[in-house]
Design a protein around this ligand. Structure first.
Ligand code: 0O2
Ligand code: 0O2
Length: 212
């Protein structure tokens, strides 16, 4: 096992465990036949090349990665509606299996790029054969619309290395505004949507054909 494998092993374990735990929250809502504020959960360990890039850009010494790079382990919880985000954050605050060390609200304070999301940084204890190891992980909570925008912007960022041509920049700002309005519109018809989803789930369970 090389040094990176050794360093990243507890992060990998944390991601596996946390994915099961956070997906479990969604399953519990489903079992109770209540609308889940969580649509889906993803998780990843940051690739070594991205860790090195970020360390260089942010001047983080490699021996300080564990304390200064908070998103080596990263999870995302996607929600349908903006007000689900607060519900999810409260659920996270109530858990006893990790400690929240920081919260960053990029929804009330969106980034200049147009990025919106709620970030919760946690300290998570991983049990290893040599004892407990506490690692930092970042949970990003966002709506499907916020996720769509961030995913597209992230790929463009990769291509242009943050130096967007003016035209692309304008389009991205416009798209961020459109994603914001989409969230607003969906919130306005939330009750209608959730009623339809209950109807759909019930019919799926009973295997009945849905008449239009
Ligand atoms: P299901 O039944 O599809 O909901 P892995 O690393 O492969 O072991 P995982 O969780 O399979 O773990 O992969 P990852 O990449 O962390 O998460 C992908 C999960 O997010 C998958 O669910 C996808 O279906 C779900 N997903 C991704 N994009 C979307 C999306 O746009 N909408 C919805 N509804 N789900 C999405 P699962 O866990 O395979 O289960
Ligand atoms: P990845 O794995 O490529 O997504 P900074 O990096 O300076 O923005 P910091 O202190 O690391 O900030 O923490 P922050 O901003 O809370 O979290 C950084 C992560 O948030 C990024 O990780 C992205 O996932 C996401 N993010 C922040 N700003 C933007 C943005 O403008 N556009 C998009 N698409 N995502 C953003 P990385 O490092 O990019 O890693």
């Amino acid at each position: 096992m090389n040094n990176w494998d050794q360093f990243l092993a507890p992060y990998k374990q944390a991601i596996e465990e946390l994915k099961i735990k956070l997906k479990g929250m969604r399953r519990q809502f489903e079992q109770e036949h209540t609308h889940s504020p969580i649509e889906f959960v993803t998780g990843r360990v940051k690739p070594v090349a991205s860790i090195l890039d970020k360390a260089r850009i942010k001047n983080i010494p490699l021996d300080k990665l564990a304390t200064e790079m908070q998103d080596i382990a990263g999870l995302r919880m996607m929600c349908q509606f903006v007000d689900n985000i607060e519900t999810v954050v409260k659920l996270l605050r109530n858990r006893n299996d990790f400690r929240i060390v920081e919260e960053r609200n990029y929804i009330s304070h969106k980034k200049p790029s147009g990025y919106r999301s709620y970030h919760v940084v946690i300290e998570y204890p991983v049990q290893t054969i040599t004892g407990e190891k506490k690692i930092l992980a970042e949970i990003q909570i966002r709506t499907l619309a916020m996720n769509f925008w961030a995913t597209i912007e992230h790929s463009l960022n990769y291509k242009y290395k943050g130096q967007f041509p003016e035209e692309i920049n304008k389009r991205l700002q416009g798209a961020a505004e459109a994603a914001f309005r989409l969230d607003e519109e969906m919130s306005k018809i939330k009750d209608e949507i959730q009623e339809a989803q209950v109807y759909f789930t019930k019919n799926k369970e009973t295997g009945k054909k849905i008449d239009k």
